[in-house]
Design a protein around this ligand. Sequence first.
Ligand SMILES: *Cc1c(COP(=O)(O)O)cnc(C)c1O
Length: 419
Amino acid sequence: MHHFTYREDELYCEDVPLKELAREVGTPCYVYSHATLRQHFAVFDSAFSNVPHLTCFSVKANSNVAVLNLFGSLGGGVDIVSGGELFRARQAGIPPERIVYSGVGKTPAEIDYALKEGILMFNIESDQELEVLNRRAGELGCKARIALRVNPDVDPNTHPYISTGMKKNKFGIAIDTALQAYGRAKGMENVEILGVDCHIGSQLTEITPFIDALKRLRLLIDRLGEMGIAIRYLDLGGGLGIIYDQESPPHPHEYAQAILQEMKGLSCTLIFEPGRVIVGNAGVLLGKVLYTKKGPSKSFVITDAAMNDLVRPSLYGSYHLIQPVERRERETQIVDVVGPICESGDFLAKDRSIPMVQPGEYLAVMSAGAYGFSMSSNYNSRPRAAEVLVHGDRYSVIRRRETWQDLVALENIPDFLKG
Ligand SMILES: *Cc1c(COP(=O)(O)O)cnc(C)c1O
């Protein structure tokens, strides 16, 4: 469900015609629907309304401070994976007691920052990290609240690059050794054990892997109870998939029902870290057709949006539906939709049947709200795109387009190069 629909053959976001928006803001640009963001958050969050829980939006999926601010105003927290994301979350007004911090490589400086802010908990991914955290907390005279991120060794059946809960992945602490790690944590002076955490992967389209992981965590929680370690928070991570093409992921309510069924008799506060399922279908990337050309074996549509704006097709071979902003009767053609970047891996779609498009017209790359702008780069010295938030018949630029000046603003020619 989202608010990008055709009205009389023109694509709208809520009540804003995208053609006009593209003319005013320029392309490439990301457009997010406020109504969709709010609705997706509310649907997910309300699915757990009968139990104590906290929905911590995964900042890396979409890191814009306006988007984070919206989720904060709806009662949400955030899952962060860096000091930069903590800074964004605090700028967006997310209270520290609604912040959880995951990631295999937290630096001492990032740990200090999070300790000083007083976040809810650190999701610890290794013994060494736990030791550093204990030392830093001692140094700062505070207690670090923690969960161990456990790797439950389940196969999420997703793209290998976004599978995170298998033995071969770098994430978390192997479930067979988690008890010993908790034992060590219990003996640490400056660490308070709050919970158990896992996150098994992204774009999951089945419930079974989530439930398999949960079953393993429940056993662990029981064993921890026997060791005198009471678990108050159970963080089940994110990972629920969305429809890009022909997938049929579970609805958040189905996901919730299955989890709540499996949770019976456990009195923990549940934490979730959804990213994609909240923002994925709430955003599109608008690009303009620059040229079309027919090669000897393929036809190309060349747009001003490229892999530096949306890397998912190049990185994961991901599918994004591409639609003309103006719909009219016309023939279709099979093309590669590509950007101006000097890489053959620069494409938004391959061998795709789309309507015959003309230079100057706008295309919408659908379902680009998650891991779109947040993964974008300046490769080929392309300024990063603008981001726009639509609300009813209004919109606001929530990140201005970068300029050429921005590209060199942090660079410096040293004196020894100057003649
Ligand atoms: C990326 C990530 C998420 C969000 O995953 P989605 O698939 O976008 O829901 C949640 N938790 C952690 C630890 C992550 O790294």
